[in-house]
Structures are given as structure tokens and as C-alpha cells.
Design a protein around this ligand. Structure first.
Ligand SMILES: NC(=O)c1ccc[n+]([C@@H]2O[C@H](COP(=O)([O-])OP(=O)(O)OC[C@H]3O[C@@H](n4cnc5c(N)ncnc54)[C@H](O)[C@@H]3O)[C@@H](O)[C@H]2O)c1
Length: 461
């Protein structure tokens, strides 16, 4: 029974790209609840308490500030916070397993299991545990068995409430979600816990957008949603390769195809490939689950979505190398953008990192630029970082280069003075538009040799 002014105590374990923004939204929309976010990374927790948040997300700082210190707190203290929590959201990372059975495909659940055991160790009352992380189907079952294997007489109800936010638009996605999904066991206890979590979201999300389901459907829906989104990108990217051969224009094809309301126009933009921490990991997870149920054909079908993504990135490097007279050794090349997409500083699985490494293997001299993700890139590259130049200013980054490649669709890159950039580049100057965001005709007129994706290059020779 709570004795303080708050109706409920909500705890979130994991203060990352999901935990931070999601809990900030709950706190901001539900002043009657206390929301505490904990993480094992003390640096991160410290940063959440400042105006220099550990992640970049438009509108996030303003959102955090509306609740921080009132009903939103960041902490590293596990025990006390678990004890007093009524609902615990778990949004720790679930990377692809890198060792043993299922390596390279299934999710590494060690952080999740550790969290479950911590919860079990210190809890003294019944709790609702909510899976926010993306987890393989039937994880809730295993977690519930671990948690309820106690002789303290306390009961844990494990729910699945996968997060559908997209980085770069997280605040808006949380404020106006297409849907919120809450899955539970179809038991009296399960349905009661589900109603409690639905109640939290109903503070600002219209009821008709809150979908309830059984817990396995909820877990699986998240994997399937990401697989479908990634599949669209791989589909149009595969067609971009065909367009280049068939003298078609992928932009025109996507427009014509997407105009069909049964298909729709979103996620039909050809690019150098999808990135981010989720798509590849979640599809491989789906593949592994299918394989483990003996569904070989289904597994192969989905695995091809990842294969096409890898093909598109390889293809981009090949196009660059061929255009640059079959050798890029010692050529200086600027990569515009390191983030896996615009409006985030996240570089996990970013095509830019893959391409930077590939170009380095060919002994090109690479300069990396990005408005928000340079520091993360430096960290990601580790020892390799010293082999790259880092330059925040795109004009300086482009100086004395033979080529520029657009890696991230930052608005900034659409409005640069490319005439000024062209003047300072080696000639012939090349531009490879890995996001098809630039005015290719204009660039050609300036003097660039222009290589868009999925359409004919515009060259001066
Ligand atoms: N990033 C996205 O856009 C997104 C969207 C939807 C779902 N997801 C899913 O949400 C989950 C989290 O993703 P993320 O991007 O927020 O990851 P993240 O790496 O940004 O954050 C996870 C946090 O959990 C912390 N952590 C790990 N183990 C812990 C423990 N035992 N106790 C306390 N803290 C611990 C880490 O220090 C880290 O700060 C993943 O399963 C991911 O697939 C991510």
C-alpha cells in the first residue's frame, strides 16, 4: 500500500533509447505516478540528470524537463526502487547472441535474466513485470518461471508491452502512437495486470489505439512489425539494383507503386540500406525462432531481407570503387553522415560504419562528418578510429576530397552550398547519394559526377 502522494510507483530498468523517452512520456502525462528509471551505467544516469542527455532525440529534453524532479527520477539504486515499485518495465538491451547455441541470430538474454533475478532477490510484494525490450516469443514464459520460483509467497505477472517508437521521431511516436500493445496471460491475474498497464497508457492514448492480446502474440508482433518494415526497405532496394540496369528510375517506380492504397507510400525510399539496433537483430531472431520450430522455408524467406540489406551496402561500395576508376587507394573520401538515420545520434548497425570500414580496407583516406553522431562513431570504431579523420563541419570535411558519399538523410545535407564544396574538391569530383536526397541535376550542372541510387548516373565523361 502506498503511503505517499503518488498513486503508483513505476520503475523502469534500462535508461537507453527506449527506457528514457518512454518513461519521460509516462511521467509527463501521468503526474499522479512516480516514475523512476534505473541503469547500471552510472555515467548515463548522471547525463539524464543534466541538459546534456545521453541520447539525442528531437523534443526529448523539453519532455524530460517537464517531469524531472517532480515525478521523474533517474537513479542507480536498484534495491529500494524495486521494492517499492508496483509496475516494473524492463527495457534493457537484448543484442544478438555472439557465442554458443544460436550465435549470430538469437537474442542474448543474459541482461534480461540478470534483471529478473535481481527483481526476484529483493522483492517483498507482488509486482507486474512488463517486457519493454524486444524479446523472442515465449520469453515471458521463461521469465515468469524464474520469477515465480520463489518461496516468499509473492507473485509476479509478466506482460509484454513492446515498444514501437522510431528513433528520430520518438517523442511524437510516444505522444501519438499508431497503437500500444499490451499482452498478458489469459488468466484472471493476467487480465487484471493487463488492465493496470492499459490504464497507464489511457492517460493520454485513445482507448481504441490500445490493443490487448495474449502475451505470445504481443512478443511476436514486435518482431513481425520490424521484419515487415525492413522487408519494404529491402524490397525497394533490390529494385534499385534492377532500375540501374534497366534504365528505370527507382523514385518514379516507388511513386507509382506506392500510389496503390493497398501498398502505400511509406518505407519505399531506396537507400544504402537500413541500420539501427533493431531491424537486423529482430529479423535474425525471427529466423532463429522459425528454424527452431523446423520452419526452414519461413526462416529462409526472412533471412533474405537481411541478405539484401548487406548486398545493397556492398553494391554501394562497388559502385564507388568502379566510378573512381577502379581504385580508391589513397583517395580522400568524405562520408556525410554517420548516424543510421536522420535526427538521431545512434550509429548502431549504421551503413555508414560498414561502408567506412570497407573503404578503409581499400586504403582510401576517409573523413567522417555528422551533426550529432561523431562521438558515438569514434567510440564504435575503437582502435580503428585513429585511421579516420573526424570533422564536424561538412565544408571542411569535403575539402581536398575526390568524392562525397551521402550516408544519412540529414536535412542539413540538402541545403549545403555545393558550389562552394565543389570548388575545394579534387577534380573530377564525385558525389554518391546513398539516400537520394540531393538535387542531382543541379549537382551535375555544378560539375559533379553524380551517382544516385536506382537511377542512371550523371557523368561528364
Ligand atoms: N532503440 C529503438 O529504437 C528501439 C525501439 C523499440 C524497441 N527497442 C528494444 O528495446 C530494448 C532496449 O533498446 P535500447 O535501444 O533502449 O537499448 P540501449 O542499449 O539504448 O539501452 C539499454 C540500457 O539497459 C541498461 N542495462 C543493461 N542491463 C542492465 C541491468 N541489469 N540493470 C540496469 N540496466 C541495465 C544498459 O546500461 C543500457 O543503458 C531492446 O530490446 C530493443 O530491441 C529498441
Amino acid at each position: 500500500m502506498n503511503t505517499d502522494k503518488f498513486e503508483k510507483h513505476i520503475l523502469c530498468i534500462g535508461a537507453g533509447y527506449v527506457g528514457g523517452p518512454t518513461m519521460a512520456m509516462i511521467a509527463a502525462r501521468c503526474p499522479q505516478y512516480q516514475v523512476i528509471i534505473i541503469d547500471i551505467n552510472a555515467e548515463k544516469i548522471k547525463a539524464w540528470q543534466t541538459d546534456d542527455l545521453p541520447i539525442y532525440e528531437p523534443g526529448l529534453l523539453e519532455l524530460v524537463k517537464t517531469a524531472r524532479g517532480k515525478n521523474l527520477y533517474f537513479s542507480t539504486e536498484l534495491e529500494e526502487n524495486i521494492k517499492k515499485a508496483d509496475i516494473i518495465f524492463v527495457s534493457v538491451n537484448t543484442p544478438t547472441k555472439s557465442f554458443g547455441e544460436g550465435a549470430g541470430k538469437t537474442a542474448d538474454l543474459q541482461y534480461w535474466e540478470k534483471t529478473a533475478r535481481n527483481i526476484l532477490k529483493v522483492s517483498v510484494s507482488d509486482k507486474i513485470i512488463v517486457e519493454k525490450s524486444t524479446l523472442p516469443v515465449r520469453t515471458a514464459d521463461a521469465m515468469e518461471r524464474i520469477l515465480n520460483s520463489n518461496d516468499k509467497g509473492i507473485h509476479f505477472e509478466v506482460l509484454s508491452n513492446p515498444e514501437f517508437l522510431a528513433e528520430g521521431t520518438a517523442v511524437n511516436d510516444l505522444e501519438n502512437p499508431d497503437r500500444v500493445l499490451v499482452g498478458s496471460q489469459e488468466t484472471a491475474r493476467g487480465r487484471k495486470a493487463r488492465a493496470t498497464v492499459v490504464e497507464v497508457y489511457a492517460n493520454w492514448v485513445p482507448r481504441e489505439k490500445i490493443i490487448t492480446s495474449n502475451v505470445w502474440s504481443a512478443e511476436l508482433s514486435k518482431l513481425v512489425a520490424n521484419a515487415f518494415l525492413a522487408q519494404r526497405i529491402s524490397s525497394i532496394n533490390s529494385i534499385s539494383a534492377l532500375c540501374e540496369k534497366a534504365e528505370a528510375d527507382v523514385h518514379e517506380v516507388a511513386k507509382a507503386v506506392g500510389a496503390d492504397t493497398r501498398i502505400g507510400s511509406k518505407f519505399l525510399q531506396a537507400s544504402v540500406g537500413f541500420g539501427g539496433s533493431c531491424f537486423k537483430k529482430d529479423i535474425l531472431n525471427l529466423v532463429y525462432i522459425c528454424e527452431s520450430y523446423g520452419l526452414k522455408e519461413v526462416a529462409e524467406y526472412w533471412e533474405n531481407v537481411v541478405k539484401i540489406n548487406e548486398y545493397q551496402q556492398r553494391r554501394f561500395v562497388q559502385t564507388m570503387t568502379r566510378a573512381l576508376f577502379n581504385t580508391i587507394t589513397n583517395k580522400r573520401i568524405a562520408l556525410f553522415g554517420c548516424a543510421f538515420k536522420a535526427n538521431t545520434g545512434d550509429i548502431r548497425e549504421s551503413p555508414a560504419i560498414y561502408i567506412a570500414k570497407k573503404l578503409l580496407q581499400e586504403q582510401a583516406r576517409i573523413v567522417l562528418t555528422d551533426p550529432k553522431a561523431l562521438e558515438n562513431t569514434r567510440q564504435e570504431l575503437g582502435d580503428l578510429a585513429r585511421k579516420f579523420d573526424f570533422e564536424a563541419d561538412p565544408y571542411k570535411a569535403a575539402m581536398n576530397t575526390h568524392a562525397i558519399a551521402i550516408m544519412t538523410e540529414w536535412d542539413l545535407y540538402k541545403t549545403l552550398d555545393y558550389e562552394r564544396i565543389f570548388q575545394k574538391m579534387e577534380k573530377p569530383a564525385f558525389i554518391f547519394d546513398g539516400r537520394n536526397i540531393l538535387d542531382h541535376t543541379r549537382l551535375f550542372e555544378i560539375g559533379f559526377n553524380v551517382y544516385p541510387l536506382g537511377k542512371e548516373p550523371l557523368t561528364h565523361f
